[in-house]
Design a protein around this ligand. Structure first.
Ligand SMILES: Nc1ncnc2c1ncn2[C@@H]1O[C@H](COP(=O)(O)OP(=O)(O)O)[C@@H](O)[C@H]1O
Ligand SMILES: CC(=O)OP(=O)(O)O
Ligand SMILES: [Mg+2]
Length: 401
């Protein structure tokens, strides 16, 4: 059984082809800068030479076509024909209240995901493009959708309701949903396993810090609160997203600058965060570079990012009346040792002691970065959203058979 996993992000598309007989990855890759001047496709076939292709890829349909061409290529391909792909699993950010678990794609599922476009304008449209392109290129192959929001459906009402007129929830389902659930679920389980302790007994704070970023309070294995809200805009400061902001700022600026709702949304989602404060980049590598050189705008961006993340960790320790484990994951969380060091060295009131040397180690495996006397275990756990999606896809397709 071969499963192709597609993670269609706002301007990128990641893919992995799994052989599920042993969960081995046959090939993986990434299409970056979709819709920008020159897109980059990086294809990594296991055991073969990596290839990079620069071309103009304006939307996700073309991206998938190029991915399939690479997977079946005579030289750097890993399968002879597309027909070897038995199922496709898609990451979908927003499942609303409808999807509490992964689901098989059919007409009804697709139109429900479309109905949820407003709730995840940067992400759900890309997912539907991925699904449609897969249907066109791989007709008859079953497809499964795995939702970022599903894991957070356990949040209690007091965590997911906004203090605004209830009619808005009743009419439009305006509430908090969270995101990155597949990752928070995976790394919290992996952390318990690494520590050899029962998940049911643990209070874990998982920090998924990538381009999009969110923090989750996981108590006894379930999400009890998370920093993203109705859309992936709430919470932490991110690469290009503002995170938490006084809602009064929005109508004020819309009025002053004569912005449409779409323009206001674009300002907060695409032109804010690290990019806005640094004035140069949304990429944490560039921000750290600037910070280390003492460049003032990057320094402010880094300090705001760190401060806001630290405040969320503190508030989730309060939400759970304690914390046993803190987990860092995703692009920034797994790699930015300086950010981890700054966050953790300012959380000593929680009894956290950092092992500075362990924090500098680079590895693809879960690892402990807290010192032996630390009251809270701090781990770096590489996330693997794709593996979770492949497993769910296999299970759901087999249940149908
Ligand atoms: N070595 C590194 N140091 C600091 N940040 C890094 C490093 N490598 C990657 N990143 C950050 O990780 C981010 C991407 O994370 P990722 O989890 O892949 O995001 P997404 O899934 O949202 O595209 C990049 O924007 C970059 O800022
Ligand atoms: C939901 C979200 O923010 O996703 P990503 O981090 O992939 O942008
Ligand atoms: Mg991601």
């Amino acid at each position: 059984m071969k499963v192709l996993v597609i993670n269609a992000g706002s301007s990128s598309l990641k893919y992995q082809l799994y052989d599920m007989t042993d969960e081995s990855v046959l090939a993986k890759g990434l299409v970056e800068r979709i819709g920008m001047d020159s897109s980059i496709l990086t294809h990594k076939p296991t055991g073969k030479q990596e290839v990079t292709e620069v071309s103009e890829i304006l939307e996700h349909t073309t991206a998938i076509r190029k991915v399939l061409a690479n997977l079946t290529d005579k030289e750097h391909g890993v399968i002879d024909s597309i027909s070897e792909i038995n199922a496709v699993g898609h990451r979908v950010v927003h499942g609303g209240e409808t999807f509490k678990a992964s689901a098989l794609v059919d007409g009804a599922a697709k139109s429900e995901i479309r109905r949820l476009f407003d709730l995840a304008p940067l992400h759900n449209p890309a997912a539907v493009m991925g699904i449609t392109a897969s249907e066109v290129n791989m007709p008859g192959v079953p497809q499964v959708v795995v939702f970022d929001t599903a894991f957070h459906q356990t949040m209690p009402e007091k965590a997911y309701m906004y203090a605004i007129p209830r009619v808005l929830y009743n009419k439009y389902k305006v509430r908090r949903y969270g995101a990155h659930g597949t990752s928070h679920d995976f790394v919290s389980k992996a952390a318990a396993e690494y520590l050899g302790r029962p998940l049911e007994d643990l209070k874990i704070i998982t920090c998924h810090i990538g381009n999009g970023a969110s923090v989750t309070a996981v108590k006894g294995g379930v999400s009890v609160d998370t920093s993203m809200g109705m859309t992936p805009l709430e919470g932490l400061m991110m690469g290009t997203r503002s995170g938490d902001i006084d809602p009064a700022v929005v109508p004020y600026v819309m009025n002053k600058e004569e912005l449409t709702p779409g323009e206001a949304s674009s300002m907060l989602n695409k032109h804010s965060g690290l990019l806005a404060i640094s004035g140069t980049s949304s990429d944490m590598r560039d921000i750290i570079d600037g910070y280390e050189k003492g460049e003032p705008n990057s320094t402010l961006a880094f300090e705001m990012y760190e401060y806001r993340l630290r405040k969320y960790i503190g508030s989730y320790a309060a939400a759970m009346d304690g914390v046993d484990v803190i987990v860092f994951t995703a692009g920034v969380g797994e790699n930015a040792s300086l950010l981890r060091e700054k966050v953790l060295s300012n959380l000593t009131f929680l009894g956290i002691e950092l092992d500075k040397e362990a924090n500098k180690v680079r590895s693809g495996d879960p690892r402990r970065i807290s010192a032996s006397g630390s009251k809270v275990e701090v781990l770096v756990v590489p996330t693997n959203e794709e593996l979770v999606i492949a497993r769910d896809t296999l299970r759901i397709v087999q249940e149908q058979a």
